[in-house]
Design a protein around this ligand. Structure first.
Ligand SMILES: [Zn+2]
Ligand SMILES: [Zn+2]
Ligand SMILES: [Zn+2]
Length: 144
């Protein structure tokens, strides 16, 4: 759970009207230690409010568009959603287990330092860095 994030304020700062449902979607993403699939977010929101798939995807698109949420490719068909880069949530790489599909957040220090170098050189602008390690997670290794 994240104690640092004020979800209402985060929405307002990015110019998004903080409706209860938007706040609930952002909170569901923010309070997890790992990025979630849309189906998992849907289940988390439905614990507290009713939401349909179309509305969920519309809200996720908006939050991604505003940089509050990051859409992450896991190498399978379902995107995962994690918190966008903020002061409390620095950009970081992810690990995906190719056996169970779980995605885990890795420490920001594991981002290669030459990413920063690339950003500061030349006239290109890097807007998004997505670094993904794939392998077998701890619990899958134990279950083998
Ligand atoms: Zn937070
Ligand atoms: Zn696994
Ligand atoms: Zn993450």
């Amino acid at each position: 759970m994240c104690k640092h994030c004020d979800y209402t304020q985060m929405l307002e700062v990015r110019g998004v009207d903080p409706t209860p449902l938007r706040e609930e979607v952002l909170r569901s993403v923010g309070e997890e230690q790992r990025p979630l699939s849309a189906a998992e977010i849907m289940a988390a929101v439905q614990d507290r409010m009713s939401i349909n798939k179309v509305t969920l995807y519309r809200i996720l698109d908006l939050l991604v568009d505003k940089g509050l949420v990051k859409r992450l490719s896991a190498g399978d068909r379902a995107f995962r959603y994690g918190m966008g880069e903020t002061r409390h949530h620095p950009d970081h790489p992810h690990f995906v287990c190719s056996a169970c599909g779980i995605m885990e957040c890795l420490g920001p220090h594991l981002l290669p330092s030459n990413v920063k170098e690339l950003q500061s050189k030349g006239d290109r602008v890097i807007k998004n860095v997505e670094l993904r390690f794939e392998g077998i997670c701890e619990s899958c290794l134990q279950n083998e």
